[in-house]
Design a protein around this ligand. Structure first.
Ligand code: F6R
Length: 610
């Protein structure tokens, strides 16, 4: 939610900020702005809309400044317009602030500041913060101390960056609950919400922790606690390349990421499968394996697509590892009083590693003594660092707002965790080998499905005008039905619901008529015959059916006009295959509707607010 970037050095900061904002745009894209210090003044340029709109807007000004900050917004307080766009500034326009997060006590602070004579021009919580910092600057504090004092009054979350006309040699940044990373360069330093905005300039980074503040100069940086204690921070080297975060010839990141799945899956399982022993080796879990396998319960906490991956894992772990599993929406878990003990393991699944609800649930589970295991994509993210231990899914950067390759990589890692625990319990080496072999075969099978992209596109063509969709699946395919429906609704704005196929007759069947497309996920597994009966029921009521089925499906070919075939694997891994046509279907429908699939309305990639 919101991307922030800053530069200080010898180069013109403006193109660097714009480039950084484009790489952060997946975090929010309803308005963008930059603030610079130049010719002894502070200047702000903002625009409603995308970063490219801001770029064309500022191109005529030929801006040049060696220090600047930029922001791309996902609106929380105040509608998306130019006034509410960041940076926000103090009355004299000498102090500029960008912010990612929510100031929860902003109404009280605003009232106090109004009593001090401050006037507000925007509806944002950030303007309160900038005026609060200004209030302390006017008490003759320097910028860093003014930021510290202001933040000590703030409740909520923030990743902020501030620049001040009277101290043009620095950017001051601070974080609590929203990510912030410093990029350490030669005679230049950068700051950003995530490494995607830095990687073109440096691979040396410092992750700021909660309640830390830093002064960033062009040739050094100083990190302190909010209480002014100086800290020594470790500089980490990040992996990855600029190519990984570009579209690489594809029209959209989403399509690139769908097509990348054979490779991302290979990366998720590389070095982790020991075929001859039917085992999984997960470096991050060494030392914790017995505790996990000995858990009385496993609880899985996540949001959205990651939650769907958790539902699949529930079936996997209960089938093979014989441990009861509960899957929780992180947002609900954190506000209940979950009963947890040190005998429980809680797995937190998150692509971004920054989802506010998942992070809060993690903190709660830690407080209650459970073992917390992170299954995360973004290396160095907060959930990865806060968990006791964990496994990276190594899917590579996922930029498209709709999660695709992260989902399949999450399933791979969860299947490896299942194999690891199951082999510690009752699973035999022969059964272990079968699972290991099936996992290793997945990349090729995924490629086979991707080769049918054109067929899926043709199916999509027929359904572009639909207003509703139903997705039905049973067993391992029920979470896939939910995921297929989520993909469609988030990028095509078509209302879609996922249901367990057998639940259809308990209500949703009333919706079926000739205008209702129903997607059946019907591989030939133990419930296949029952799903075929459900297909007959829909057909009898005139519903339009799309089926995802195995090559050897027996009956479906005769029943259904639009069938997309997938290869077979063991049931536990079928979701990795069956979800691929559903990702493509959603993608093509949205593209045919002329929608921006990488930046769907109202969404953002990293949900760092509640
Ligand atoms: C859907 C989607 C979201 C995320 C959810 C959790 O395509 O991307 O539903 O899955 O916001 O995000 P992470 O996995 O980053 O915690």
């Amino acid at each position: 939610m919101c991307g922030i970037v800053g530069y200080i050095g010898n180069k013109n900061s403006v193109p660097i900020l714009i480039d950084g904002l484009k790489r952060l745009e997946y975090r929010g894209y309803d308005s963008a702005g930059v603030g610079i210090l130049s010719n002894e003044s502070a200047e702000v340029y903002k625009k409603e809309g995308k970063v490219s709109d801001l770029e064309s807007h500022i191109s005529e000004f030929k801006l040049n400044s060696k220090v600047g900050i930029g922001h791309t917004r996902w609106a929380t307080h105040g509608i998306p317009n130019e006034v509410n766009a960041h940076p926000h500034f103090n009355p004299e326009k000498t102090l500029l602030v960008i912010h990612n997060g929510i100031i929860e006590n902003y109404t009280v602070l605003k009232k106090n500041l109004r009593d001090e004579g401050y006037e507000f021009i925007s509806d944002t919580d950030t303007e309160v913060l900038v005026n609060l910092i200004d209030f302390y600057l006017k008490k003759e504090l320097n910028l860093c101390n003014a930021v510290r004092f202001a933040l000590s009054k703030v409740e909520g979350t923030y990743g902020i960056a501030a620049i001040y006309k009277n101290e043009p040699d620095k950017i001051v940044v601070a974080r609590k609950g929203s990510p912030l990373v410093i990029g350490v360069g030669e005679e230049e330093n950068l700051i950003a919400s995530d490494v995607n905005a830095l990687i073109a300039h440096t691979k040396r980074v410092v992750y700021l922790e909660d309640n830390e503040v830093a002064e960033i100069y062009k040739d050094r940086f100083i990190v302190k606690t909010l209480n002014d204690e100086k800290l020594q921070k470790h500089i980490e080297e990040i992996e990855g390349s600029i190519e990984e975060i570009t579209k690489g010839g594809f029209p959209h990141f989403m399509l690139k990421e769908i097509m990348e799945q054979p490779e991302s899956i290979k990366n998720s399982l590389r070095g982790r499968v020991i075929l001859k022993d039917g085992l999984a080796k997960l470096g991050g879990l060494i030392g914790y394996e017995d505790r996990i396998a000995g858990s009385k319960r496993i609880i899985i906490c996540a949001c959205g697509t990651s939650w769907h991956a958790g539902l699949v894992a529930e079936y996997m772990i209960e089938q093979y590892a014989d441990i009861p599993v509960e899957v929780e929406y992180a947002s609900e878990f954190r506000y209940r009083n979950p009963i947890l003990s040190k005998d429980d393991t809680v797995i937190f699944i998150s692509q971004s590693g920054e989802t506010a609800d998942t992070l809060a649930a993690l903190k709660e589970a830690k407080r209650k003594g459970a073992l917390c295991v992170g299954v995360v994509n973004v290396v160095g993210s907060t959930i990865a660092r806060e968990s006791h231990t964990g496994v990276y899914i190594h899917a590579g950067p996922e930029i498209g707002v709709a999660s695709t390759k992260a989902f399949t990589s999450q399933l791979i890692v969860l299947s490896l965790i299942t194999l690891l625990i199951a082999r510690k319990k009752n699973l035999s080496v022969v059964e272990g080998r079968e699972i290991a072999q099936a996992i290793l075969e997945l990349p090729e099978k995924v490629q086979e499905i991707l080769n049918q992209n054109e067929l899926v596109e043709k199916v999509a063509e027929k359904f572009v005008d639909a207003h509703n969709f139903l997705y039905l699946g049973r067993g391992y395919q029920f979470p896939v039905a939910l995921e297929g429906a989520l993909k469609l609704k988030e990028i095509s704005y078509i209302h879609a619901e996922g249901y367990p196929a057998a639940e259809m007759k308990h209500g949703p069947i009333a919706l079926i008529d000739e205008n209702m497309p129903v997607v059946f996920i019907a591989p030939t597994d133990s419930v296949y015959e029952k799903v075929v009966s459900n297909i007959e029921e829909v057909k009898a009521r005139g519903g339009r059916i799309i089926a995802v089925a195995n090559n050897d499906n027996g009956k479906i070919d005769d029943l259904v006009e639009n069938t997309i075939k997938v290869p077979s694997t063991i049931p536990m891994l079928m979701p990795v295959l069956t979800v691929i046509p559903l990702q493509l279907l959603a993608y093509h429908i949205a593209v045919k509707k002329g929608l921006n699939v990488d930046q769907p309305r109202n969404l953002a990639k990293s949900v760092t607010v509640e």
